[in-house]
Design a protein around this ligand. Structure first.
Ligand code: SF4
Length: 418
């Protein structure tokens, strides 16, 4: 068995360009890749119409006005291909699957044409030593010019022996490759904060990239798995504006993780009316009512799942009938479970908070507030019914709006149970 190496000599690097300056990509050492994205897409049979549609979609994902679409088109048309080294540690390859399954309708081609994936264990042809040499060649040829994508957590217990590749610990690989990268992007919750391997009882001492290398500029795209549209949009943002998107204190792009799921959910109207699913398969479930009482963590979770969705934008967990489990939030396996029960109530505060203001220590706060809000909705609905009955009796005019429907009262926020 090969000895486990915890490091390797630093690769000598030439002077590197400013990281926000793309001129080196267009006219410099990247010229062998630079055939222009538009030309590449044309050769791949991607129509101009599909390209424009994709650019408009990206503007939407980035929460930009439609007027930005032409700017994205112009930027992408001259965009060079950026080398990517995609490393997998303790992972299930779910994010790789998401990356490969992207097809909206030509996102897969677009992503693969924007990015030159020089190293990816799951999809690359070389194996063994040849694969590692491929990665080293990219690092040496493009110092500070390649993107490192990390998928999976990094085990640190017992010298990092729980994940080794080519005789080296994953920890040493990530440290080295991140050191010479233009940017490091984590995909999925495991690379974000350790994910499932870091949950209570995990024996491997798993951490995410930000914990492994404090101070490293990391763009985190948590989720189980991440939404590939957010990865694409992050790259597109860089190519269009020559800077990475604004992030919150967890390194998550605000365009994707700046709003509560609860505030974007198509079932929100049912929540407001106090119409809840109380058992799987019940009448409320069949009619698409709110999953709050089934433990939905949408009120505590920041992500754009309801608007971007998955599978070509067709659906997302809540639309499919399952509550949100909060997989984009720190330590969600421990902090958001049990997944089918409400969280314990903390002191209430204003609902229009951001993830930064909320902080991981207060994920339950919004749960309590939401429960109170739900209770208020229920009381309001009861009052509307009483007013409607009074109006029917000729005592007063009926209230405006749809007729309230029958639904069980919201869960008691002090019970901590569904
Ligand atoms: S509790 Fe869940 S299902 Fe209900 S409105 Fe909020 S996010 Fe949607």
């Amino acid at each position: 068995m090969s000895p486990i190496v915890t490091g390797r000599p630093t690769i000598p690097r030439s002077s590197s360009p400013a990281r926000s300056d793309l001129s080196w990509l267009v006219g410099g050492r990247m010229s062998t890749f630079d055939h222009g994205l538009a030309a590449l897409l044309a050769r791949r049979g991607v129509s101009r119409r599909a390209f424009l549609k994709f650019s408009a979609t990206m503007a939407g994902v980035l929460a930009l006005p439609p007027s930005y679409a032409p700017r994205i088109v112009a930027a992408l048309e001259r965009a060079p291909r950026i080398p990517v080294i995609w490393r997998e540690g303790q992972d299930c390859a779910g994010n790789t699957e998401g990356f490969l399954r992207a097809s909206h309708p030509t996102v897969a081609e677009l992503v693969l044409d924007i990015l030159s994936v020089d190293y990816h264990e799951t999809i690359m042809a070389p194996a063994g030593a040849a694969a590692e040499e491929s990665m080293l060649a990219t690092m040496e040829r493009y110092p500070n010019q390649y993107i490192l994508v990390v998928e999976g957590s990094i085990p640190r217990a017992d010298g990092g022996v729980y994940c080794t590749i080519g005789g080296r610990t994953f920890e040493s690989i990530v440290r080295e490759v991140a050191d010479g990268a233009l940017a490091t992007i984590t995909v999925g919750t495991c690379a974000f904060d350790g994910g499932l391997p870091a949950a209570a009882g995990g024996p491997t001492g798993a951490v995410g990239v930000s914990q492994l290398v404090p101070g490293l500029k990391v763009i985190n795209l948590p989720g189980c798995p991440m939404n590939v549209q957010n990865l694409t949009a992050t790259i597109v943002h860089y190519l269009t504006f020559e800077e990475w998107p604004a992030v919150d204190s967890y390194g998550r792009p605000l365009f994707a993780y700046g709003q509560l799921i609860h505030d974007q959910c198509e079932r929100r109207a049912h929540f407001e009316r106090g119409e809840y699913v109380v058992a799987w398969g019940d009448e409320g479930h069949r009619r698409g009512w709110c999953l709050y009482k089934m433990g939905c963590k949408g009120p505590e979770t920041f992500a754009n799942c309801p608007t971007v969705r998955f599978n070509d934008g067709t659906s997302w967990p809540v639309k499919a009938g399952h509550g949100c489990v909060g997989c984009t939030m720190p330590a969600f396996w421990d902090r958001m479970s049990p997944f089918y029960r409400r969280l314990p109530p903390p002191p209430p505060f204003a609902s229009d908070v951001t993830a930064d203001q909320l902080g991981i220590g207060f994920v339950g706060a919004i749960a309590g507030l939401t429960a109170i809000h739900g209770t208020a909705s229920y009381i309001r609905r009861k009052r509307m019914k009483a007013e409607a009955r009074a109006a029917a009796a000729g005592a007063l005019e009926p209230p405006a709006g749809p007729a309230p429907s029958e639904a069980p009262p919201p869960v008691d926020p002090t019970s901590g149970a569904a």
